[in-house]
Design a protein around this ligand. Structure first.
Ligand code: NDP
Length: 276
């Protein structure tokens, strides 16, 4: 495993396990499979509806809580009604933990994300979130919360994959000491998008060289460019394969080739224009 050190001084695994679109019935087994495969970082969110199963699976695993880096997120509706404290407590209760390692603002809800950030700072200062960060923030959203608050976000989680490099976000995060993290690294949960990306011939050629899959090459590319990734799968063989990316390294030319695949194709919502 490779680690990144957050601006709080805490170490975070560069590769974690995402649980978006895994329902409560499946999430327990999926998280247990991931932990057994070696993952020590789990990314969930209040809106995913699976915090209870995630927390239970961590409890039932052989790995102590303090060895798992646990992330959850504040949902948009709670931002709109200013329900910060209760929303956070509900996540802690669902997860059955007394702290999370990272708490994120899920989306930059217009006219609400700055106030939400100030509430996140209070939660951080209470010690119940060891780090706080943001998700789906563009550089201008990041600048707004830094200007209004006293804490620089530890991490920004945003859509990023070879077809959507988001260089401006990456550069901004790195300049400010904010750890970049990709969501949808394999093209997200829509099968059409995923096949489009994972069947790319340039990625296939690189994958063949290392006897790896295109998914593994993409995850390794994330790690090699300093981006934390959290691939999701419910398929045990893929959960394991996605973790098996630490026995090879891309050359600088291969990294540049993958960088060159960018076509600014967004598979998810636009953070400056979303309706949820
Ligand atoms: P991913 O890019 O991780 O792709 C997941 C999809 O790829 C699933 O359909 C999965 O299928 C499939 N897959 C996984 N591994 C492989 C493989 N080795 N070969 C082929 N197919 C594979 O998408 P996500 O959108 O889930 O993003 C990852 C995580 O990021 C989420 O789980 C969540 O934690 C976070 N996220 C955050 C968002 C935000 O707004 N902050 C938004 C979206 C995601 P299967 O499960 O059937 O194996």
């Amino acid at each position: 495993m490779k680690y990144v050190t957050l601006n709080t001084g805490t170490k975070m695994p560069m590769l974690g396990y995402g649980v978006f679109k895994i329902d409560d019935n499946q999430a327990g087994d999926a998280v247990k499979t991931a932990i057994a495969a070696g993952y020590r970082s789990i990314d969930t969110a209040a809106i995913y509806g699976n915090e209870k199963a995630v927390g239970q699976a961590i409890k039932e695993s052989d790995v102590p809580r303090e060895e798992i880096f646990l992330t959850t997120k504040l949902w948009n509706e709670n931002m709109r009604i200013g329900n910060y404290e209760d929303a956070f407590e509900e996540s802690l209760n669902n997860l059955d933990v007394d702290y999370v390692d990272l708490y994120l603002i899920h989306w930059p809800v217009k006219d609400k994300y700055v106030d939400s950030w100030l509430a996140m700072e209070k939660i951080f200062k209470s010690g119940r979130a060891k780090a706080i960060g943001v998700s789906n923030f563009m550089p201008h959203h990041i600048d707004d919360v830094i200007k209004a608050g006293t804490i620089v976000p530890a991490l920004n989680q945003y859509e990023m994959h070879p077809y959507l490099a988001r260089k401006e976000v990456l550069t901004h995060c790195k300049k400010l000491g904010i750890t970049p993290q990709s969501w949808g690294p394999l093209g997200g949960s829509n099968p059409e998008n995923k096949d489009l990306l994972l069947d790319n011939p340039v990625l296939k050629k690189i994958a063949d060289k290392y006897a790896k899959s295109t998914a593994q090459v993409i995850l390794r590319w994330n790690i090699d460019i300093g981006v934390v990734c959290i691939p999701k799968s419910v398929t045990p063989s893929r959960i394991k394969a996605n973790f098996d990316v630490f026995d090879f390294e891309l050359t600088p030319d291969e990294v540049a080739t993958i960088d060159g695949l960018n076509k600014d194709t967004r598979f998810g919502a636009n953070p400056d224009n979303f309706d949820f």
